[in-house]
Design a protein around this ligand. Structure first.
Ligand SMILES: *Cc1c(COP(=O)(O)O)cnc(C)c1O
Length: 433
């Protein structure tokens, strides 16, 4: 960073009140290139050397050139801590660009809304993260955007569900929390057929929420997905301290997303970007390898328990879509990467399976040391919840049941504790249901 800015008289000659505001921040000692840890930039507005530079900044804003050497103007438009994180997120997903948002939902709503206008249709998988489902059913219809839900584990259903007005196919894989997988390459094939006779502005785009798998376990862009969305609040942030979201894809969407973010305003604070940049993303691979090992151990343990009716984890040999899992979920090291989340159901004993599931989770909440009852997922602490009645309360009951999500079903997000201790806590809870 150059420092040609010299006040017209020595700083010492300004009044103290003025100096407390202007300090000596423009001394040229702020040199990003020489920091081992990137500094946390925190400035709502940026000094422009000339009107010409300001004009140029506005003209270039949101364009791919601006990505390489942006002229920073105002935090809501763009700023360096966030930019550094965006470059690294794009690299993590194998995308050309990334745009961050204040939360995962801000990123999801941006990716979807930037691609549709009134009269358009979205085709989505029937089970989605609760707030995403609510966005599609409670809010978008107000603006004339309708969603057709179908079972995307059979990608052919898109051809039947999509109308001429369809612009977006949206899903998660693995599906939260049923762990069903959706074959992204197969979805690409069906969408390519539908796009064959559509001009560029009418093309259907595929948007995938990759929060569950993380870019360590799966990179949807490699399978032809157009945009990947993330809740950075989960495994990418990793420590459960900060919220954030991101949209990642090719440069053709960059301008659109930056303009959308500028006007809807859901920017990621640089103070939240910094821990994700410095702690979260750099430790993602290490955490995932270890969380995944814990998930595998716990899944194998649960599989052998007589009180457990069903365990769903893509890493188990009895996983219904085992072949697809091995094809789609591959870590940075080229090895099978089934992730750190699993789902299981208990057998009904003295009542229904649902009651057993809730009793189990209540016991864990009160007596376990390594497992915490809390929503959210993907952090260094193991978390447990009942998705049917909690995180997925807004998804219609019929769709949940059809997708294999039962009342009392349990979602477990493995953290970094010693897996033997996690199993011991689960064993104690199983003994009382
Ligand atoms: C948490 C989550 C979201 C929403 O992210 P926020 O950061 O809470 O807004 C979206 N999708 C999935 C799969 C999630 O787990």
């Amino acid at each position: 960073m150059s420092n040609e800015h010299e006040p017209r008289k020595p700083r010492e000659q300004y009044r103290l009140r003025t100096r407390l505001i202007h300090g000596s921040f423009a001394t040229g000692r702020w040199d990003y290139d020489h920091h081992v840890v990137p500094p946390q930039s925190s400035s709502t507005t940026f000094r422009l050397k000339s009107v010409h530079r300001g004009v140029q900044g506005f003209v270039e804003f949101g364009s791919p050139q601006a990505q390489r050497a942006p002229i920073y103007i105002y935090d809501r438009l763009d700023e360096p801590s966030r930019s550094m994180l965006e470059e690294n997120l794009a690299a993590a997903e194998g995308g050309e660009m990334g745009v961050t948002f204040s939360t995962g939902m801000a990123a999801i709503s941006a990716a979807i809304c930037a691609l549709v206008s009134s009269g358009h249709q979205i085709v989505a998988h029937r089970v989605l993260y609760g707030s995403t489902h609510s966005l599609l059913t409670n809010w978008l219809p107000r603006f004339g955007v309708r969603t057709e839900f179908c079972d995307l584990t059979n990608p052919e259903c898109i051809a039947g569900a999509a109308t001429r007005d369809c612009r977006v196919v949206y899903f998660e894989t693995p599906v939260n929390p049923t762990m069903e997988l959706i074959d992204m390459a197969a979805v690409r094939k069906v969408v390519d057929q539908l796009n064959a006779d559509r001009p560029e502005p009418e093309q259907i785009r595929i948007v995938v929420d990759n929060t569950f798998a993380t870019p360590y376990c799966q990179r949807p862009l490699e399978f032809g997905v157009d945009l990947v969305v993330h809740s950075l609040t989960k495994d990418i942030g990793g420590f459960g301290t900060d919220m954030g979201g991101a949209v990642i894809g090719s440069n053709r969407f960059y301008n659109l997303l930056m303009l959308y973010r500028k006007d809807f305003g859901g920017v990621l604070s640089p103070k939240n970007a910094w821990p994700i940049l410095v702690y979260g993303l750099p430790t993602l691979a290490t955490r995932m390898v270890n969380q995944q090992k814990g998930a595998m151990m716990v899944a194998n343990f649960l599989l052998k328990q007589p009180k457990v009716a069903r365990v769903v984890y893509p890493g188990l040999p009895n996983f219904p879509q085992a072949e697809l899992a091995r094809r789609q979920m591959v870590g940075y090291d080229g090895k099978f990467a089934p992730g750190s989340l699993l789902y299981f159901e208990l057998k009904s004993c003295n009542g229904s399976g649902a009651m057993a599931g809730e009793r189990f989770v209540d016991f864990v909440a009160e007596h376990a040391y390594t497992i915490t009852l809390a929503v959210s997922l993907g952090q260094i602490k193991t978390l447990i919840e009942n998705p049917f009645s909690m995180t997925h309360a807004t998804v219609p009951e019929e769709d949940k049941i059809k997708s294999g999500l039962q009342p009392g079903g349990i979602r477990l997000s493995l953290g970094l504790e010693d897996w033997q201790d996690i199993i011991a806590d689960l064993e104690a809870a199983l003994a009382v249901v």
